[in-house]
Design a protein around this ligand. Structure first.
Ligand code: NAP
Length: 538
């Protein structure tokens, strides 16, 4: 088969990972290109254009740390910057470092096959073009495959309806409209808080409530930004020491060293602090000790009761099946207050399930809701979804999909045996799924780049994880997971997602590494220092 193009390295995805990866490869003098399925760069921040979409990491901890010049130039205008600004930032970075000309858009990789004889990957694009590459680096994100529910009649709805990931670029009329939102994860909670006072009527279809606490966003003045710039080294050092890559540090006094009243006073402070302070800056015991977690959950439940006027609605918004911090914590702005508005209605679809979508709205087992617009904030085929959507065929023709049918299996979240020369940035079982994303991916990209430099300098053309090394890593991933109270959670971390066909409902998939950023960084560094002994090189 004639091949259209060849590069030493093909990077798949021009999101946060791909942008930094191509920069590093070019700096190392390695011939590389980026293939991006969308019509422009930005990944998550290109796609998620729904109202309310914004960081819940402090903006200045989300930006890249690799360039002092970039840090000095960019002014984050809000502590938690919104999607349009985040997309501007990524474009600014790409343009500043002249990366765009190394990116091909509308280039969706449909399949990639390993050829052992030539030691090349053959990539086939949906658009028809084909590529070969010695190495493929995937930067396809952890939440890039949205999933819709499978209600009968979804296509019959006569109004507009879409997943939040596909929120149209063109303005969507909200004023005076009867809007339904299905899903109350981090996305649904952002949308609901943002549009409640902009729509005619808002009906929220909630299956299970999530714990949520205030984002406490604020503008960043020129003066504050100057202070942040002066403290960047300290800020990034804090992030590197924090288990989740945030600037907040866990409270070291010990949950049981304080009285109940002292703990409540501390939680009152945390509740008013920005971002994940209430999660990351809390007592570590709340993640491991059931009694500590229950007390914290009761505290947040009371906060919800204080903010929601109707006690029955408040009770519906308080999770009963998992404790605070056991699923990924959504951060909110005016979310609970939305339910005090006359135009906002909460429907508990665990009690009265959605039976079907009709041409005019949503039919539950109890009632029909007339709607003009349905927004599905129903989550993603998380972490492995992007891999499953490509046909990736490795040594002996086995597909990655087959290998990972019951869950992923990787060496350090970067390599997987049987698929030589495929390197994953933010891959399954890396720390990226469970941490402040860019903080983790910078480390991942640096490691992959150093590995490639090493391999090339030694004259090797093939790398593959050793099966026993992969097995040991999977065991470490499972060990770290099983230590957490969150092991019982039904959130997307564990792969529990009834919308993904082929995944067993309620089966835990060990998809993310919960050992923490610092430990993960140490393991990566050790592997490099030992000459990547657990990777076969030839
Ligand atoms: P999610 O956390 O998986 O939430 C999906 C929601 O849809 C849940 O409430 C779920 O209910 C509901 N749902 C799913 N399938 C359903 C069905 N068939 N019928 C009814 N309800 C259904 O997804 P997400 O809210 O998009 O968030 C995913 C992740 O994206 C977040 O955890 C976060 O990491 C990231 N995110 C980040 C930000 C940010 O601020 N930077 C913002 C948004 C998202 P159940 O709980 O019952 O399954």
């Amino acid at each position: 088969m004639p091949v259209d193009k060849h590069h030493e390295v093909v990077v798949i995805g021009a999101g946060v990972s791909g942008i930094y990866q191509i920069k590093c490869l070019l700096d190392a003098g390695i011939d590389a290109t980026v293939l991006e399925a969308d019509e422009d760069l930005g990944g998550t921040w290109y796609r998620n254009r729904y109202p309310g979409a914004r960081f819940d990491s402090e903006s200045y901890t989300y930006g890249y740390s690799f360039s002092r010049e970039l840090l000095d130039e960019w002014h984050w205008r809000e502590r938690f910057s919104s999607q349009p600004e985040n997309l501007r930032y990524l474009n600014y970075v790409a343009d500043k470092f002249d990366l765009r000309r190394h990116m091909h858009f509308n280039a969706k990789v449909e399949s990639m096959h390993w050829d052992e004889e030539t030691r090349l990957w053959h990539l086939q694009l949906e658009q028809g073009e084909s590529y070969t590459a010695r190495f493929v680096i995937t930067g396809i994100g952890v939440l890039s495959v949205p999933t819709l529910p499978r209600y009968p009649g979804m296509d019959s709805f006569s109004g507009q309806s879409f997943h939040t990931y596909w929120w149209p670029k063109e303005p969507v009329a909200l004023q005076g409209q009867r809007v339904g939102v299905v899903g109350t994860g981090a996305t649904g909670i952002q949308v609901i808080g943002e549009i409640a006072d902009k729509v005619g009527d808002l009906t929220v279809f909630q299956r299970r409530p999530n714990w949520s606490t205030p984002l406490n966003n604020s503008p960043i003045s020129v003066q504050e930004m100057a202070d942040i710039r002066a403290r960047y080294d300290e800020i990034f050092a804090n992030c590197a020491e924090s288990p989740n890559g945030f600037e907040h540090v866990p409270d070291k006094r010990g949950f049981y060293a304080l009285s109940h009243d002292e703990r409540v006073a501390f939680w009152d402070e945390l509740y008013d602090k920005p971002g994940f302070a209430i999660l990351v800056g809390n007592f570590p015991e709340i993640f491991f000790d059931e009694a500590a977690n229950r007390e914290m959950s009761d505290y947040v439940a009371n906060r919800i009761r204080q903010r929601v006027s109707d006690p029955q609605v408040a009770e519906q918004l308080i999770p009963k099946d998992h404790g605070f911090g056991m699923q990924r914590l959504p951060l909110e702005t005016r979310y609970y207050e939305a339910y005090n508005r006359d135009n906002v209605h909460l429907v508990n679809i665990s009690e009265t399930p959605i039976e079907r979508i009709t041409p005019t709205g949503v039919q539950t087992s109890a009632e029909h809701y007339d709607l003009d617009l349905i927004v599905y904030a129903t989550g993603f085929d998380a972490i492995t979804g992007g891999f499953d959507r490509m046909q990736i065929r490795g040594v002996d023709g086995k597909t990655l999909n087959e290998k990972w049918h019951n869950g992923p299996s990787t060496y350090l979240g970067v390599l997987t045996h049987g698929f030589p020369n495929m390197l994953m940035v933010a891959g399954p079982q890396s720390v990226s799924g469970s941490t402040n994303f860019p903080r983790a991916i910078e480390g991942g990209v640096n490691w992959v780049t150093e590995l490639l430099k090493h391999v090339r300098s030694q004259g090797y053309s093939r790398v593959e994880a050793q099966p026993q090394a992969e097995q040991a890593w999977v065991e470490e991933v499972v060990r770290a997971h099983e230590k957490m109270l969150a092991r019982r959670s039904q959130g997307w971390f564990t792969g529990y997602n009834s919308n993904v066909s082929g995944h067993e409902i309620g089966t835990v998939r060990y998809q993310a590494y919960f050992g923490g950023g610092p430990k993960y960084a140490t393991i990566l560094a050790q592997s490099a220092a030992e000459g990547y002994q657990q990777i076969d090189k030839s």
